[in-house]
Design a protein around this ligand. Structure first.
Ligand SMILES: *Cc1c(COP(=O)(O)O)cnc(C)c1O
Length: 425
């Protein structure tokens, strides 16, 4: 459910016509609905309302300060994967005691930054990382709170690029070897080993793999207890899917119920790291049609001003995004490829899609773009990153200005030896 709906054939975000924003802000731009973000956060968090838990929004899905602040005000924390995300989280006003730090390749300076910030927990993913964290904590006179991210070897039945909980994936430590890692870690003097974590993948459309992972984690917690390691936090990661096309993922309520049914250890706090399920359908990418053309009888292209650098998911995973006109028209649909201006054949948003016969100048919405949209965008082809806008009721707010050409070259330097005029030929 979201607040992008048609009124009199015009697409609105809450009570604001998308066209009005496009005219004032220019295209392309990301557009988020405040009411939708809030509703999704509350639905998810509320599904666990009656047990001790912490909802740590996955910042890599959308790291805009305004959006992070919105969830922080709801009592949420964040799951970070870099020092940069920690910086953003702190700037957005997230309580450090609600920050968990995941990632298979954390750098020493980022670990130090997180130690100094007194975050809730490090989800460590290798023996070497555990060793380094212990050393750094010792140097800073701290005791680092640690969970080991275990790999439960569960097939989440999703796209291979976003499947993370299989033994063949790079993430975590094999659950069957983890007891050994735990006992080693528990013996290190600058660590406080008190969590178990996993994240099995993204865009899951079934509850069963989560429950399976949960059971394995609980079993591990039991064995750790016997070995004298007390676990306080069970971090189940993120991964609940959304409807992009025809998927029918479980509602957060159903997901919550299934998890709670199996959570029998009353003294652990459950940590959840949802990203996509909260932000995905709360945002769209608005773009303008530049040209249309046909290369043969039956091959038509609609060329728009957004490109793969702005929304990478179709190029990266062949992901599906709904295509909707900002103004509905009565005309019969055509089959077309929706493509961007970048010099790569991979620069497409949809292939052979039934769409209205768009004309140059028309506005188009790429749906379900609120997660892994802007946060994955780049400056490829020297395209300034687009603006981000949030609507709340009948007002809109630019929450990230469109980059300028000056922004594009910030930090670039022409060394002196190249400044001495032109070489004579
Ligand atoms: C990406 C990621 C998430 C969020 O995944 P979603 O599918 O967006 O919910 C949570 N935890 C970790 C460790 C991740 O890498």
């Amino acid at each position: 459910m979201h607040h992008f709906n048609y009124r009199d054939e015009e697409l609105y975000c809450e009570d604001v016509p998308v066209r009005t924003i496009a005219e004032e802000v220019g295209t392309p731009f990301y557009l988020y609905s405040h009411a939708t973000l809030l509703k999704h956060f509350r639905a998810f968090d509320g599904a666990f309302g009656d047990i001790r838990h912490l909802t740590c929004f996955s910042m890599k899905s959308n790291s805009n300060l305004a959006i992070i602040r919105l969830f922080a005000r709801e009592g949420g924390g964040v799951d970070i994967v870099s020092g940069g995300e920690l910086f953003r989280a702190l700037r957005a006003g997230v309580d450090p005691k609600k920050i968990v730090y995941s990632g298979v390749g954390k750098r020493a300076e980022d670990l130090e930054y997180a130690l100094e910030s007194d975050i809730l927990m490090f989800n460590a993913e290798s023996e070497q990382e555990i060793g380094l964290l212990n050393d750094l904590a010792g140097k800073l006179g701290k005791k680092a709170p640690v969970a080991i991210r275990v790999n439960p070897d569960i097939d989440p039945q999703t796209h291979p690029y976003i499947s993370t909980g299989l033994r063949e994936n790079k993430f975590g430590i094999d659950i069957n070897r983890s007891l050994e890692e735990y006992t080693t870690a528990a013996g290190l003097s600058h660590l406080r080993v008190n969590g178990v974590s996993c994240h099995i993948g993204s865009q899951l459309t079934q509850v069963a793999p989560f429950v399976e992972a949960m059971k394995k984690l609980l079993e591990l917690i039991g064995r750790l207890k016997e070995a004298g390691v007390e676990i306080r936090y069970l971090d189940l990661g993120g991964g609940l899917g959304i409807t992009y096309d025809r998927e029918q993922p479980p509602h957060p309520e159903e997901y919550g119920r299934a998890i709670k049914e199996h959570l029998n250890t009353g003294d652990v706090t459950l940590i959840l790291e949802p990203g996509r399920v909260i932000a995905g359908n709360a945002g769209i990418l608005v773009t303008r049609v530049l040209y249309t053309k046909s290369t043969s009888e039956d091959k038509r292209f609609v060329i728009v001003d957004a490109a793969m650098n702005d929304l990478m998911r179709p190029s990266l995973y062949g992901a599906y995004h709904g295509i909707q006109p900002v103004s509905l028209g009565g005309k019969e649909s055509i089959k077309a490829d929706i493509v961007g201006p970048i010099c790569e054949s991979g620069d497409f948003f949809a292939k052979d899609r039934d769409v209205k016969p768009f004309e140059p100048g028309e506005l188009m919405a790429l749906m379900s773009a609120g997660a892994y949209g802007f946060s994955m965008s780049s400056n490829y082809n020297s395209r300034p990153r687009v603006a981000e806008v949030m609507v709340r009721g009948d007002r809109y707010y630019v929450i990230r200005a469109r980059e300028t050409y000056e922004d594009l070259i910030r930090g670039e330097v022409i060394p002196d030896f190249l400044k001495e005029g032109r070489k004579a030929l």
